[in-house]
Design a protein around this ligand. Sequence first.
Ligand code: ADP
Ligand code: MG
Length: 321
Amino acid sequence: MGEFELIARYFKRPTTRAAVGPGDDCAVLAPRAGMQLAVSCDMLVEGRHFLSTVDAQRLGHKALAVNLSDLAACGAEPLAFTLALALPRVDPAWLAGFSSGLHALAERHGCELVGGDTTAGPLNVCITVFGEVPVGAALLRSGARPGDAVWVSHAAGGGLGDARLALEVFRGLVALSGDAFERVRRIMEMPEPRVALGMALRGVASAAIDVSDGLLGDLSHLLRRSGVGCRLHTEHVPRSADLAAQPQALQRLCTLAGGDDYELVFTAPEAAREQVLAAARDVGVAVTAIGRVEVEPGLRLVDAHGVALDNDWQSFDHFRT
Ligand code: ADP
Ligand code: MG
């Protein structure tokens, strides 16, 4: 199978929202009047972001999910995406799985594959997403104000840190029952981007970011961009029953610095509390208040008894040794 047959077989799908889809030199997008384009790009590298043994269908899902999560954090509605793919070899079974996971998530969000690039090389998946947001309505990191509540999204009955818990099992550092492992592994491999919540939070949240590298690190980015700080109640951070059954130090590592959560952490004025809860209820996602924005820069952590904790968790950084 050659390059063009491969593209036609696995990646070309009819498009309806794009003015020009795949097959030409450029795709042409047609955002609706009064809308701005929100654009984001994320790359997944084998051995860095995923294990070589990961199921191809789940990888297809995750590659798009991490990009849709960035649109969610901006309150943007998915429109289209491009796919740059390097493959060590043509493996029809792998391509069938990867493309089915990718297209299934894309269809659920009305996000059309409009082009890309396909080459031979070490396995690498790079997606660029394009979303629409009403002019001036994009949620930014910079809008948090002193007195705002800090919220985090999560699945009902779930929380932050399950993806990290799965990683610790893969590393052989934690043992879980078979059922619990399959559940947290699925969360790590198939995150659900909070697109509908992000859109529902337009005009309600004052600032937002998605949690990809760990709650404390990503929240710190938001606080710095807003020129504020916050007090965060570590034991208010939601967690699943499986994680809550682990030693406290592991719970804190996973919830506060776990990474790969793809939840939204956002701020909103106290007066918007009911609107936040209504937005979350409307889209079927849980949200929990975990702290409060303060004037003084920095993150101050307090435990269940109000006792200050040192913040010595490091969030993920590709180049820190
Ligand atoms: P160019 O020579 O302009 O770089 P290519 O020959 O690389 O174009 O690709 C041919 C067409 O197929 C282009 O429209 C491109 O956007 C599309 N394409 C290439 N790879 C992919 C892919 N993985 N998924 C979707 N479309 C793709
Ligand atoms: Mg090309």
